[in-house]
Design a protein. Structure first.
Length: 140
C-alpha cells in the first residue's frame, strides 16, 4: 500500500499529494500544488483566489496524521484512524494562492492517552502562511 493511502481521505479532501519526508511517529513533510481548479478556490475569492485558512489547517492535520499514525514499511498493522479534536492557536502571517507549492511540516509534540498534539507550519513557495498546533484523537 502506498504510504499516502494511509490517509482515510479521498479526493477532493485528500490534500496531501506527495510525502517529502517521514520519521514514523515523529514528523512528516507533505506537499501539494494549489491549482486554480481546486474546489476551495470557488468563491474564495473570484478575482484573487486565496487558499482558505481552514484548508491550510487541514493540510497540516493530514500531514500530522501521517507522522503520528502511518504504519512503517513492512508493517501489516492498519493505520490509526484519527480526527481533529482541537485546533489552535494558529497564525496566518501571509496568504497562499493558486499555482503555489504548499508544504506542511508536522511534528508530533506529545501524546496523552488517545490524544496526539501536532505542531507545525505550512509554507507557500517557501513563505510561511500558517503556523500553529492541533490535537488529533483516535476514532472509535
Amino acid at each position: 500500500m502506498p504510504l499516502i493511502d494511509a490517509l482515510p481521505h479521498q479526493p477532493p479532501m485528500r490534500l496531501v499529494e506527495e510525502i517529502v519526508d517521514i520519521q514514523y511517529g515523529e514528523s512528516c513533510t507533505g506537499r501539494r500544488v494549489a491549482k486554480a481548479s481546486d474546489f476551495y478556490f470557488q468563491g474564495h475569492f473570484p478575482d484573487q483566489p486565496v487558499v482558505p485558512a481552514v484548508i491550510l489547517i487541514e493540510l497540516l492535520a493530514q500531514t500530522g496524521g501521517l507522522a503520528a499514525a502511518a504504519p512503517p514499511p513492512g508493517s501489516t498493522a492498519p493505520p490509526l484512524q484519527l480526527r481533529v479534536a482541537a485546533v489552535g492557536p494558529f497564525k496566518f502571517p501571509a496568504a497562499a494562492g493558486a499555482g503555489q507549492t504548499l508544504e506542511a511540516v508536522a511534528n508530533v509534540a506529545g501524546r496523552m492517552g488517545g490524544l496526539i498534539k501536532i505542531e507545525g507550519s505550512v509554507t507557500a513557495d517557501g513563505v510561511i502562511v500558517a503556523t500553529g498546533s492541533l490535537t488529533l484523537a483516535g476514532v472509535g
